[in-house]
Design a binder for this molecule. Structure first.
Ligand code: SAM
Length: 239
C-alpha cells in the first residue's frame, strides 16, 4: 500500500486506504445530511458571496475552523469519499444547534466535475491542502495542482482571486511550481518552510495532515497563486 519513491517521498495509495476504511452507511448519511448540497443545481442556487472553497477537505478540520474564525465568509468543503466526509458532518451534528456554523456546507464530488457545480467567476478563494501526490507519472493528471485541474479552477474563480496550496511533499510542490503558469496564474507567495514564516503563521489555520506531518519534523511548503497579478511580488522563504 505504501511505497518509497525518490523525490515524492513516502507515497500512500489513497484509494486503497479508502476501500479499507469504508464506513458502512456513510453514503446514505451523506445523502441525507443537511450540511451537504446534493446536486450541481442545489449548489448553484445556494452559493453566496464571498465564497471560499477547499478541494479535498478530508475530515474537514481546516474548513470547519475557518468557518468559525470567519463568520462573514461562506465556505464549501469538497471531498470525493463519503467515508471521509461523514467525519465532518458527524462533528457538526454533535454541536448544540446554536453553536453550529451557518456559513459552511459540503459537496461530495470528484473535483474533475467542479465546473458543473460552480458558475464561472463565482469563487473568491480555493484552498488545496495536502493534495494526494499521485507519484506515478501516468497518474499526474489526477494531481489537483496540475495545469489540467488548475484550468478548471481558473474558470470558476473571480479575476484577482487566489489559490492557496500547502503540502509537505517536495516532489508535488516542485511539480506544482511548474504547472501554475500554464493555467494562467501568477505566483504571489512561495515558501519551503511555512512554519518558519512568522508573518504567514499569524493567520495560518492548520489542517489534519499539516499537524501530523509537521509534528514529525516535515517542513510545510506553501504557494499562493493569483488569477491575475504581478509576478514582481514573489516572496520566498528558503531553508
Ligand atoms: N485537506 C486535508 C488535510 O490537509 O488534512 C486532507 C488531505 S488528504 C491527503 C487529501 C483528500 O483529498 C482526501 O480526503 C481525498 O479523498 C481528497 N481528494 C483527492 N482527490 C480529489 C478529487 N479529485 N476530488 C475531491 N476530493 C479529492
Amino acid at each position: 500500500m505504501t511505497k518509497n519513491m525518490p523525490f515524492f517521498g513516502s507515497i500512500t495509495d489513497w484509494e486503497e486506504i479508502m476501500r479499507l476504511r469504508h464506513i458502512p452507511g456513510s453514503e446514505d448519511e451523506i445523502k441525507k445530511s443537511t450540511w451537504v448540497y446534493q446536486s450541481p443545481e442545489e449548489t448553484q442556487k445556494s452559493i453566496k458571496d464571498p465564497l471560499f472553497i477547499e478541494i479535498g477537505m478530508g475530515k474537514g478540520r481546516f474548513i470547519i475552523d475557518n468557518a468559525f474564525s470567519y463568520p462573514d465568509i461562506n465556505f464549501i468543503g469538497i471531498e470525493m469519499y463519503e467515508s471521509v466526509m461523514v467525519k465532518a458532518t458527524r462533528r457538526l451534528d454533535a454541536l448544540p444547534r446554536e453553536e453550529q456554523p451557518k456559513n459552511l456546507h459540503f459537496v461530495r464530488m470528484d473535483a474533475r466535475d467542479i465546473k458543473e457545480y460552480f458558475p464561472p467567476e463565482s469563487v473568491d478563494r480555493i484552498y488545496l491542502n495536502f493534495s494526494d501526490p499521485w507519484s506515478k507519472t501516468r497518474h499526474a493528471h489526477r494531481r489537483l495542482p496540475s495545469a489540467l485541474f488548475l484550468n478548471r479552477f481558473n474558470s470558476i474563480l473571480k479575476t484577482g482571486s487566489t489559490i492557496e496550496f500547502k503540502t509537505d511533499n517536495l516532489g508535488l510542490f516542485e511539480f506544482a511550481l511548474e504547472e501554475y503558469e500554464k493555467a494562467g496564474f501568477t505566483l504571489i507567495y512561495k515558501t519551503y518552510d511555512l512554519h518558519a514564516d512568522e508573518e504567514a503563521m499569524k493567520s495560518n489555520i492548520m489542517t489534519e495532515y499539516e499537524e501530523k506531518f509537521s509534528a514529525k519534523g516535515n517542513k510545510i511548503c506553501k504557494y499562493i497563486i493569483c488569477k491575475t497579478g504581478s509576478a514582481d511580488n514573489v516572496l520566498t522563504v528558503q531553508s
